[in-house]
Ligand binder design. Structure first.
Ligand SMILES: *Cc1c(COP(=O)(O)O)cnc(C)c1O
Length: 400
């Protein structure tokens, strides 16, 4: 038992002198060369590198179509549009996620219906989905939280009889799989983000993958102002004529960004493997620390570990989560919290009347959760630092 006075928070020596972030991108010389090549080419946007990146991601995840867009949020919006979701419709979404997973329904004038999550995995609970289905339900957004794929068989058993499509928010899960099926082809539509903290980056970027050619076509039109031909198609045909057939947006990803994405994609498999290796190490060592419990990994999944989330065993701790968080930060460990349950945000309370108590499992987990640093270029030494800090803080604050 160490005394709280040894903690950096109370003037002790920190485990690390510089903060280890919870996530971080890696850019190498190949990435720089790939971007420079496109910058010096004819096409900065809507060019061949967009097609190449779409094809490469679609191939990686076993999907027929990939549609590249400006970010993961735009990808969610496109998915809602593809499904024709609009005013009066309901979209079931887990509350334990980033706000964009629900916001996309609101963009289309629909109502997000917040579902609670499984206490062990924090994944969308299929029984909750069953309970929340109404004649107005038009889609389910299944979030592969932390990088663990949802239980798609159980979800489909609920949604298929009602003819309701599943949109996977796979922003945490590129490189993961469910029963051998890659995230990206396990749901009707899957959405990815290429923000720097995600599995690979284009700066900002996103993609939707699907087997459905008509949905892919609708999303390509939607990302380009609702216009049926793009700049390159008109240029190739030598034509000026175009028609806007729908209200769309400018959600186009540039060739510059796609060049970066393509180059990053070559490292993707190794990066996921390294994330899994770090997670296995955390699992082993944290089993000896009574104050924290990792989330449960279900059999039959390959977890892509965008996040490594632990729940604090609050009854063993003499202090609240806020103090554990501050103590770990003071030790130089960039812990984080993912997420404030979306239904608790003021926007949703004001606009949709959501309240505490709506999703008790997620609300209780939120009070206890911490994300530990997790990114592929963490060194073994970094991983040891995280564990040393968790041990130190746990020792100082555990009360038996
Ligand atoms: C990152 C993320 C998004 C949004 O992606 P952006 O590219 O930042 O717009 C959506 N859903 C989840 C679960 C995410 O983690």
């Amino acid at each position: 038992m160490r005394s709280p006075a040894s903690l950096a928070l109370h003037g002790g020596t920190p485990v690390r002198s510089s903060l280890l972030p919870y996530g971080r991108q890696k850019i190498d010389e190949d990435d720089l060369r790939a971007v420079q090549e496109v910058l010096q080419s004819d096409w900065l946007t809507t060019g061949p590198t967009v097609d190449a990146f779409e094809a490469a991601v679609a191939e990686l995840v076993g999907a027929a179509h990939g549609v590249a867009v400006t970010n993961g949020t735009a990808a969610l919006h496109c998915a809602m549009h593809a499904l024709g979701i609009g005013p009066g419709d309901e979209v079931i979404v887990p509350t334990m996620t980033f706000a964009a997973s629900a916001n996309c329904a609101v963009f289309q004038g629909a109502t997000p219906v917040f579902a609670d999550v499984d206490p062990e995995t924090l994944l969308l609970d299929p029984e909750q989905v069953r309970r929340l289905l109404t004649p107005r339900t038009r889609a389910v957004v299944a979030v592969d939280y932390a990088g663990q794929p949802c239980d798609y068989d159980a979800l489909r058993a609920v949604t298929e009889p009602a003819g309701i499509p599943i949109v996977a928010d796979g922003c945490h899960a590129l490189g993961g799989s469910y029963q051998g099926v890659p995230v990206g082809s396990a749901a009707d539509l899957t959405v990815f983000s290429f923000h720097p903290v995600k599995h690979l980056t284009t700066g900002e970027g996103g993609m939707i993958t699907t087997a459905n050619a008509e949905w892919a076509r609708r999303m390509r039109v939607f990302r380009n102002h609702g216009i049926t031909t793009d700049h390159r198609q008109r240029s190739e045909k030598g034509s000026w004529f175009y028609e806007m057939v729908d209200l769309g947006y400018n959600y186009r990803l540039t060739d510059i960004q796609c060049a970066l994405g393509l180059s990053q994609l070559r490292k993707q498999r190794d990066w996921v493997r390294r994330r899994q290796e770090i997670a296995a190490h955390y699992d082993r060592e944290l089993a000896e620390i009574p104050a924290v419990s990792p989330l449960t990994r279900r059999p039959g999944v390959s977890h892509a570990y965008h996040l490594y989330v632990v729940l604090l065993e609050s009854e063993r701790l003499a202090v609240p989560r806020g103090e554990v968080f501050a103590a770990l930060r003071a030790e130089g460990i960039g812990v984080n919290v993912h997420y404030v349950p979306v239904h608790l945000h003021p926007f949703y309370r004001d606009r949709f009347g959501t309240r505490p108590g709506l999703c008790p499992v997620a609300e209780a987990a939120y009070e206890r959760m911490l994300s530990l640093p997790m990114f592929p270029t963490m060194s073994d030494r970094d991983v040891e630092d995280v564990l040393a800090a968790v041990r130190k803080v746990s020792d100082a604050y555990t009360s038996f």
